[in-house]
Design a protein around this ligand. Structure first.
Ligand SMILES: Cc1ncc(COP(=O)(O)O)c(C=O)c1O
Length: 452
């Protein structure tokens, strides 16, 4: 008699699965008042394997279904101490191979089931915990984790377009998204048409019989135009076309993509979800309709993530609420101070009342990321470089969404094609971290003196 105390009360589907396995293998597994009991008269190895499967397959993260405020959900989703020997966090499950009790159960694996243990490439309980947490926070159907935000973008796009298709891509897209479109999608025979990010319902005019997807990014991560996603989605859906969006800036915490009409939401989890600048990861969240096409595309490309990275990503995600609320408050303080400075022409931040995208941001988002643009008064390259190099608390480097402040001086004008970007002065992008904003302002003040 083998006794597993994994507790199956909250995993009815899995109890059924084990019972089926048991019937097939002569290993008897029964639910006994919430405890799974396995017995084998003849095949000890099979019985052991069956109990192992109970532990792996029966892992359930789904917490009580009653409505919860999002901070409560964030604290409880994606973990179940009752099923992990009392550990508060879902442990790291490392494996490539998953063993089955017999050939029949191995051969009857469900190819559409991406939330059970089949093979390490499709995920482990650690992966599923992270995916579950992100999907539920955002209000999507399911999520899949990928090795980077860019991998999430390319895999999601590849699920929707093939040779001869037409894709509508926002002109404000993250530069490597454009490069993928130019180099890979064009090579595959996909026609990519860039559109004005402010097009709104006007997107309808660009839709052709072979248009297969509209891709948005709200707001653009260099130029910060806020897209009217509900208007774009209404037009696209009117033609039966899905809307994909890079929602990294909004995050699952501040932007409920699916309530705004997005079908496939793509995050560079590397940013605020991970939150500590120590893991690269992407995550795609879909509605029910597009889950299987997207998930199969990810599987066909062979993308998977390490359980250790997933563990760190979920650990970071637990605190996204407090981090983002604080970072937004810090960013608003710094942005307002900058907006009043004589060296600054404009601050590009939808959370500011003066921003042209403010009304849409207020309507559609619960908060703002701490990433924004600053257009300086005309200054030559040497003075811009002197300003950036003089900053002591802002790291110069790619990425954002960590706990620390960053600065870059991007050139979106070099990559635009459907619209021109000419704000009348050099652009600086700031990511505001968890430092005290008074220190950040003092740092900016001393560096601005270099512009003079
Ligand atoms: C808006 C946006 N989307 C996607 C990505 C890609 O994320 P990753 O660096 O994880 O590939 C980035 C990275 O900077 C980004 O800024």
């Amino acid at each position: 008699m083998l006794d597993s105390s994994s507790g199956a009360r909250s995993s009815f589907g899995m109890t059924y699965r084990i019972t089926q396995n048991a019937r097939k293998t002569s290993v008897k597994v029964a639910a006994n008042k919430g405890r799974l009991v396995a017995s084998s008269r003849t095949l000890a190895h099979n019985a052991l394997t069956a109990v192992h499967i109970v532990h792996c397959h029966a892992f359930s993260y789904i917490q009580p279904r009653e409505p919860m405020k999002k901070d409560t959900l964030l604290t409880h989703v994606g973990r179940n101490p009752a099923q992990s020997h009392g550990t508060v966090n879902t442990p790291v499950f490392r494996t490539s191979t998953v063993v089955f009790p017999d050939l029949e159960s191995y051969e009857s694996r469900d190819p559409d089931d991406f939330k059970s243990m089949r093979y390490g490439i499709h995920g482990t309980p650690t992966t599923f915990a992270f995916e579950e947490a992100v999907a539920r926070m955002e209000g999507g159907h399911q999520a899949v984790a990928l090795p980077s935000g860019l991998a999430a973008i390319t895999a999601a796009l590849s699920a929707f377009v093939k040779m001869g298709d037409h894709l509508l891509m926002t002109d404000s897209a993250y530069a490597p998204t454009r490069i993928f479109c130019e180099k890979q999608l064009r090579k595959m025979g996909v026609e990519v048409e860039y559109y004005d990010p402010l097009i709104g319902a006007g997107i309808a005019k660009l839709i052709r019989p072979n248009t297969r997807a509209v891709f948005c990014e709200a707001p653009g991560s260099l130029t910060f135009e806020m897209q009217d996603i509900p208007a774009i989605a209404a037009a696209a859906h009117g033609h039966g076309i899905p809307v994909l969006a890079d929602t990294t800036w909004g995050t699952p915490y501040f932007f409920r993509s699916f309530e705004r009409g997005i079908d496939v939401s793509i995050h560079a989890a590397t940013k605020y979800i991970v939150g500590h600048s120590d893991v690269l990861m992407g995550v795609i969240v879909t509605n029910e309709q597009y889950w299987l096409p997207v998930r199969h595309a990810v599987a066909e490309y062979g993308f998977c993530v390490s359980p250790d990275d997933c563990y760190l990503a979920l650990r970071g995600f637990r605190t996204i609420g407090v981090r983002m609320k604080q970072q937004m408050a810090n960013a608003l303080t710094v942005a307002r101070w900058l907006a009043a400075r004589p060296e600054i022409q404009r601050v590009l931040y939808p959370a500011l009342e003066s921003d042209p995208g403010h009304a849409i941001w207020k309507r559609d988002f619960d908060g703002a990321a701490s990433l924004f643009g600053v257009v300086l008064r005309p200054a030559d390259r040497a003075r811009v470089a002197a300003f950036v190099n003089a900053l002591k608390l802002f790291g110069i480097g790619s990425s954002w969404g960590g706990y620390e402040s960053l600065v870059t001086a991007p050139h979106p004008e070099k990559i635009r094609t459907a619209t021109t970007w000419n704000p009348g002065g050099p652009l600086i992008r700031l990511h505001i971290g968890l430092e005290d904003p008074a220190d950040l302002i003092a740092d900016l003040e001393q560096a601005l003196a270099r512009l003079g």
